[in-house]
Each structure stands twice: as structure tokens, then as C-alpha cells.
Design a protein around this ligand. Structure first.
Ligand SMILES: [Zn+2]
Length: 446
């Protein structure tokens, strides 16, 4: 097999599978995808057997898909992924999470952030919306590592001024310091490399932030044209605590609403226990949701009524929420999501007729994630004019017995990728046509 193209321009011959903006699915058994020198997709179609073939890297029988989009992950927590299953959220944070985040200083981030970006690429993730820790310097290091690696990343320094693991800081200085440092980071990184790197103002959640922190961070995000991310309605204990802390608010979402924080640049993770009023307000304000089903099962948080949210018109993408989610793989997240919806159907809390098919889960983890970030015009699907954020997956890793042919049907193929993923099946990943370090490449399978 030929060497992989590591810089644009290039052309690939492979099976092509992708959701399309219009709602249909692209499925070409033998396709051609051309990327220009700028890293943009300029041609997609069946392999042109009638004309002289263009010089192309032949990846068959690999499948080329759009890169996966992870809307919610915590970089400092990655080393504790898979630990603490079944604990409630607030106990888990104290035992497994805050100690790691406190330790995530520049020297730790200098080592771990480059490893993390390679691990995302190896899992097929090409766009990440991430929380760093409280520290400006390690957030800076995470951005620098993403800049060098090539992944598409939106990152934010965590902000906490009510409950905090920063034991050094003078409480009277927390709000001003956190806002200033976040403002500096946004000035330095938001929009870097023609928008490949972006900033998200990141107050952790209403339990650990004052109203002033929520309000002022949202105002800064608007000023920079940056994102604003936090958690919403993940866990019963958390919801009770928010009610106690903000007695004047109508409900949990209203806390963020009163802070002026809702809108299309805001991505709220979880949102699994919403009232009808909150669902309607999410849709009306065009606020985006990062659905993290693997995390919601791992911490016994609950099951999102995804079908009802989608029917209401909410924009929902998927997040791994590592380390509350045990796995960086968005295909694993899709599987957890599908299982969750099946349980809701079995307990008559969701309509089986509206069940998502595997190909729909793939859409949620690619194009819908891009849409949640307002990036669907640039990435999320294999379409002419978009930037070439791609992955090449070897479906032979997913067959139950060696030597079996991968399924011909698109939905069956998506089903195999989601329900029988293999850690080595993503062989390559590109952002804007530039090959990312992490996946193993084509060696040993050609
Ligand atoms: Zn989270």
C-alpha cells in the first residue's frame, strides 16, 4: 500500500461514508476524494474508471469518514479515565478529579497535552472542545501543544470563584484574576491559525461560580466572539445545590439565562434532567448541548430524553466527557448513547419508532457536533468546499471472524464501527489535509 499523504494537495481512493448537510448520506463503495493545496475538499465522486485515473493514494478497503467531533472533555482528567464508576458527581469530583486538576500545572501539561492530542487523533477525533484546569499557564501549554499537533481545538481555562481547588489565591481576588487570565488567553489564542484554534470561556458550573462570574464571563465571550461552555443539569444532587444557591432563579437553566449566557456560541454539557420550560428556552435561545451518554451512565447521572429534545429542535452533538466518560472514542460514546435510548424505549420513556439508526449516531458525532460549534460550513462532512478533516478507518478490524468482508450497506457498516470498534482501526486522521500524529498509519496492514 502506498505511503499516506501527509500534506495537501492529495487525492484518495477509498470507500467514502459521510452524512451530508441536506440530510442524506454519502456512500460510495469506490470513491475519489481530492484535497487542494489549501486543505479544502475540491472533488468527491465515484472512482472515474472511464477517464485516465488521477494520481491517488489507494486506501481500499479502508473507509474514509469525516473526523469525529468531541464537544466535551476535560484534559487534566484523562489519566483517571475509567476510575470511580457509580460514585455520584460531587463525591467523584472530590476523590478523583480535583486532585488531578490541581496538579495540572505547566510542567504536567507540557508532557500530557501533546499525548492527549495524539490520543484523540488515534481515536478518530479531529475537533475537540475541551476544559483545561484553573491555571492560565497550563491552558497556554495545552493550546501550544494543539497548535503544534494540528488538531482543531477549542479550549478554555476553568473558572471557579465559589468552590475552588486553588488554595493559594486570596478569595477577594479570584473573580478579577480569573476574568483577566481568561481574557488574556482569549486574546492570545482565539482564532489562531485561521480559526483552527479557538477560545471558550469556561465557568465550571453554577455550583462553583458566583452569578458575577457567570455574567462577566459571558460578557467577555461575547466581546471576543468566543464560545462559552459549562455544565447543566447533570445530577440530582447538583440540581438541588443550584436551587439552594440561586433561590431567585426559576430553574437551573434560568441561572445561566439571567447571566446573559445563552445563545448559539454557548455549549452546555449534559442537560439530561430538563423541565419542559428549560427545553423550550434552550431551543428558543439556540443554545447548544453536548450529550455525554457514556459519562451519564458511568456516574449514574441519568438518561437524556434525546428523541424529545431533537423533536423540540435542540441542537445536540456528542461529548466523551473524559474522565467521567471512560473512553476518548466517540464511537464508544455513540454505543453508550444507543444503549441508553434502547433502555428508554424498553421502559416506555421513548418512542421506538423514532429510534436513531447507527448512521444517525455517526451524524451526531460528526456533522451535528460541527453544527453545535457553528462550524458546519467548514467541517463535519465530506462535501466539496469544506476543509479536509478526515479519518481513514479499517473496517476489517470490526468483523467477528478474520477474513470476513465488511458490510456493503452503509447502516450496517456504521453499526459495526459503533458496536464492534477496535482501538487500532483508525489508521489515519487529517485536519485541513494535514496528517495528525497519533493513529498508527498503514504499516503492517497493507
Ligand atoms: Zn464535564
Amino acid at each position: 500500500m502506498a505511503a499516506l499523504a501527509d500534506q495537501p494537495p492529495f487525492a484518495l481512493r477509498a470507500r467514502l461514508l459521510s452524512p451530508l448537510d441536506g440530510g442524506a448520506t454519502l456512500d460510495l463503495a469506490d470513491g475519489l476524494l481530492e484535497v487542494d493545496a489549501e486543505g479544502r475538499i475540491v472533488r468527491i465522486g465515484p472512482w472515474p474508471s472511464a477517464e485516465p485515473p488521477p494520481p491517488a493514494v489507494d486506501l481500499r478497503p479502508l473507509v474514509v469518514l469525516p473526523g469525529l467531533v468531541d464537544l466535551h472533555v476535560h484534559l487534566p482528567q484523562i489519566p483517571n479515565a475509567g476510575l470511580g464508576s457509580g460514585l455520584d458527581l460531587l463525591s467523584w469530583l472530590d476523590r478523583y478529579i480535583f486532585p488531578l486538576e490541581r496538579a495540572y500545572d505547566r510542567s504536567v501539561a507540557d508532557v500530557q497535552a501533546p499525548q492527549a492530542w495524539r490520543a484523540f487523533a488515534a481515536a478518530g477525533t479531529t475537533t475537540v472542545l475541551a476544559y483545561a484546569a484553573l491555571w492560565e499557564e497550563s491552558t497556554d501549554a495545552a493550546f501550544a501543544a494543539a497548535e503544534a499537533h494540528g488538531i482543531r481545538a477549542v479550549i478554555g481555562k476553568v473558572m471557579m470563584d465559589r468552590i475552588t481547588y486553588d488554595t493559594e489565591i486570596d478569595p477577594a481576588q479570584i473573580l478579577e484574576t480569573s476574568l483577566r487570565q481568561s481574557d488574556e488567553l482569549a486574546s492570545r489564542w482565539h482564532g489562531r491559525d485561521a480559526g483552527r484554534l479557538r477560545y471558550a470561556f469556561t465557568p465550571r458550573f453554577a455550583v462553583s461560580c458566583t452569578f458575577e462570574m457567570l455574567r462577566d464571563s459571558a460578557a467577555l465571550a461575547a466581546q471576543h466572539g468566543a464560545y462559552w461552555q459549562t455544565h447543566l443539569s447533570e445530577d440530582a444532587g447538583e440540581i438541588d445545590e443550584v436551587r439552594r444557591l440561586f433561590p431567585g432563579a426559576d430553574d437551573y437553566l434560568d441561572v445561566y439565562d439571567r447571566a446573559g449566557a445563552l445563545g448559539p456560541r454557548s455549549i452546555l454539557a449534559h442537560a439530561i434532567h430538563l423541565s419542559d420550560r428549560e427545553v423550550a428556552r434552550m431551543v428558543e435561545s439556540d443554545t447548544r448541548v453536548a450529550h455525554c451518554p457514556a459519562s451519564n451512565l458511568f456516574l449514574s447521572s441519568g438518561m437524556m430524553p434525546l428523541g424529545a429534545y431533537r423533536t423540540a429542535g435542540m441542537t445536540v452533538g456528542l461529548g466523551s466527557d473524559v474522565a467521567a466518560g471512560p473512553d476518548l472514542s466517540m464511537l464508544g460514546v455513540m454505543r453508550a448513547g444507543a444503549v441508553t435510548q434502547r433502555v428508554l424505549e424498553l421502559s416506555a420513556r421513548a418512542d421506538p419508532a423514532a429510534a436513531l439508526r447507527p448512521i444517525d449516531w455517526l451524524r451526531l458525532g460528526t456533522l451535528e457536533g460541527a453544527r453545535a460549534l457553528g462550524m458546519a460550513g467548514q467541517v463535519g462532512s465530506l462535501e466539496v468546499g469544506k476543509e479536509a478533516d478526515l479519518i481513514a478507518v479499517d473496517p476489517r478490524f470490526t468483523t467477528p471472524l478474520p477474513g470476513d468482508d465488511p458490510p456493503a450497506d452503509a447502516d450496517d457498516l456504521a453499526s459495526r464501527l459503533i458496536f464492534r470498534p477496535h482501538p487500532n482501526m483508525v489508521r489515519a486522521a487529517w485536519v485541513r489535509g494535514r496528517l495528525l500524529a497519533g493513529p498508527p498509519g498503514l504499516d503492517a496492514i497493507g
